[in-house]
Ligand binder design. Structure first.
Ligand code: GLU
Length: 305
């Protein structure tokens, strides 16, 4: 298996030259576009890795499925459904759709920024720092890694330059979609995006979703299977930004990408996959990462379709 992973990375490495690291968050522009790593954990507990799988990067949008999970754990499916939608927007992750008709909960799916900002307002906690602490704790548990923490430099960079997210949050608040102080909500959102992980951590989180909420090889349950089905379905529809349809056809598994270069992929009942390769395509997806997943999916028959 490790031989296969090495081979796939070698085949896909040239694609890193066709992409570019994200620069709209200044701190992200310091990433090395040549980094490329993969980590897989399968349902029998075996683990495989290749390349720069131990390199750290910020989770960025890959935190959105975990935010959704915690919102579900805190409120249940019905309550969450009254506050956000599940349809694909077909628009970029940070799109601002300013028609009064579109400024309703059904319009915001949790994998675009507006929906994820709303998710922060649904988490339980007396303060936004408590809400964030609970999110971080869940990530540490799912990834089985108590050392996961925030990259403070990336967090500051996001907070200082996140004008579009600020605009989105004010728009949501102006339309009555939440009541709390915008800066408190954004502090939680920016911190969530700035959590430092490696490919291994994403593979473990993916495995919890692949295993329908159970910790592999144990009876321990992180969350009900119903929530895994909810999150995986949303990932399938809109986990890869406005490239989700293409990804469904080419790879065929629920997955989430982030502008930090990470991809978490979920092969239901079979494996969790974490990839890091920060050279992105124009939609914000890791360009070599998608290539690698496509090859892996073909060779291991991972597509759920
Ligand atoms: N923190 C990033 C933002 O909100 C996350 C975007 C992403 O990874 O898609 O701009």
């Amino acid at each position: 298996m490790e031989e296969l992973l090495d081979q796939i990375l070698n085949e896909c490495r040239p694609y890193t030259k066709q992409g570019a690291v994200a620069t709209y968050i200044p701190e992200l522009s310091k990433q090395n576009p040549d980094d490329f790593g993969i980590y897989i954990i399968s349902s029998d507990g075996s683990r495989f890795s290749a390349g720069d799988h131990a390199k750290h990067f910020t989770i960025q949008s890959v935190v959105k499925p975990v935010l959704l999970l915690l919102a579900l754990m805190d409120n249940g499916v019905e309550a969450v459904r009254t506050r956000i939608g599940v349809e694909a927007t077909g628009k970029p992750f940070d799109a601002i759709n300013v028609s009064d008709k579109s400024l309703v909960p059904e319009h915001f799916n949790p994998m675009v920024n507006a929906g994820a900002i709303l998710l922060c307002t649904m988490l339980k906690g007396d303060s936004y720092s408590e809400r964030f602490a609970r999110l971080l704790e869940l990530i540490r548990r799912l990834a089985d890694n108590p050392e996961i923490d925030v990259d403070e430099a990336v967090f500051r960079s996001e907070r200082e330059t996140g004008f579009k997210n600020r605009a989105l949050a004010y728009l949501l608040k102006a339309h009555g979609l939440f009541k709390d102080a915008v800066e408190d909500v954004l502090e939680c959102y920016f911190r969530a995006c700035s959590i430092r992980v490696c490919s291994r951590d994403l593979a473990y989180i993916g495995m919890a979703l692949a295993n329908h909420g159970r910790k592999f090889k144990t009876e321990e349950r992180f969350f009900p299977a119903e929530y895994a089905r909810f999150v995986n379905a949303v990932l399938m529809i809109c986990g890869m930004y406005d490239g989700s349809g293409e990804f469904a056809v080419r790879v065929g598994v629920p997955a989430k990408s982030g502008v930090g270069g990470g991809i978490m992929a979920v092969a239901p009942t079979r494996m969790g996959i974490g990839i890091y390769s920060p050279a992105l395509d124009e939609k914000g997806n890791s360009i070599a990462g998608i290539q690698a997943l496509e090859r892996l999916s073909r060779r291991m028959y991972l597509s759920i379709f």
